[in-house]
Design a protein around this ligand. Sequence first.
Ligand code: FAD
Length: 305
Amino acid sequence: MSDVAPQTNTIHDAIIVGGGPAGASCAIWLKRLGFAPLLIETAGALGGLARVNPFQDDWTPLVQGETGHEIAGRIARGVVDAGVAMRLQSAVSAVERRGRTFEVTVRDAQGVTQILHAHTVVIASGVTARGLDGAGPTPVPGILVGPGSDVADRDYRGLRVAILGGGDNAFENYTFVRERDPAVVHLYARHVRAQQQWIDRTRPEDVRIGAYDVDINARRVNGLPYDLLLVFYGWVPQVPYAEGLGLVRDARGFVRTARETAETSVEGIYAIGEVAHRMHPCVVTSLADGVVAAKAIQARLEPRP
Ligand SMILES: Cc1cc2nc3c(=O)[nH]c(=O)nc-3n(C[C@H](O)[C@H](O)[C@H](O)COP(=O)(O)OP(=O)(O)OC[C@H]3O[C@@H](n4cnc5c(N)ncnc54)[C@H](O)[C@@H]3O)c2cc1C
């Protein structure tokens, strides 16, 4: 059963969908520029993918020696310190244009749906890990999709593990597993796209490059049996709630934006961070994207004479 909460007359300057680094940064900047943004996050805490990164983040130069999870905590504190209005455990399920404003449908953890209104909407809902073809949306025992705490928290001792994928995540997690005493760890990559620093840490005898066959139910790769398959097939953008807007996307589904403003093909709708894949995806580029959108929204809402 879903309840419907009464509508409010408030028109937010911006509703920001997603409280990862991109959305959080945009919200902080808008608030500090004097606007009234509302940040909506479906999880119970801010930080997005950084929150599920248990590894040390050596790529964010302003912070040394902290994990992604700890950096996510800093981002969340920044949002609170700025006094940004937010709703956690609330998912945006639709965005529609209504004249000169937007109607945003939000459903909270209790199943209560509410319609909110905004002058602008910022899509900052990030990406989700791409699964194995045919694996279906439900988790398959023995198959882990994408990096994060599920992979980091496992005990690999004595297990036969296959890593599938040819990017940084596949190679980084190969090293992670290999250091945890598995019986074997093999990496299968159709093509290698990883940075050389990760490739250099692999044992050549563990790596199979080229086409390979996966039997999901038997957990076999090229006929070899494994206890665990770890799948790192990249990422897909999460924007189902914006389908009705007809946003222009690229061939992989990422939302296309104007370089200088992060505005999408729909006036008043901005897309930042990984969902738009505007720059190499990481915490600092996502934070930077948030600034770009905030400044563009400022220019829209405060037009110069
Ligand atoms: C294991 C791992 C390790 C990483 N290591 C590093 C690293 O060391 N250094 C680095 O710089 N980067 C690292 N990254 C990448 C970095 O975390 C991402 O680039 C960054 O978090 C992207 O930010 P974002 O805001 O675009 O998206 P996300 O972080 O994905 O945030 C999007 C948010 O939107 C929310 N959301 C989605 N749909 C809805 C909806 N309908 N309604 C409301 N909310 C919604 C999601 O719950 C999520 O919180 C790592 C990522 C992973 C997974």
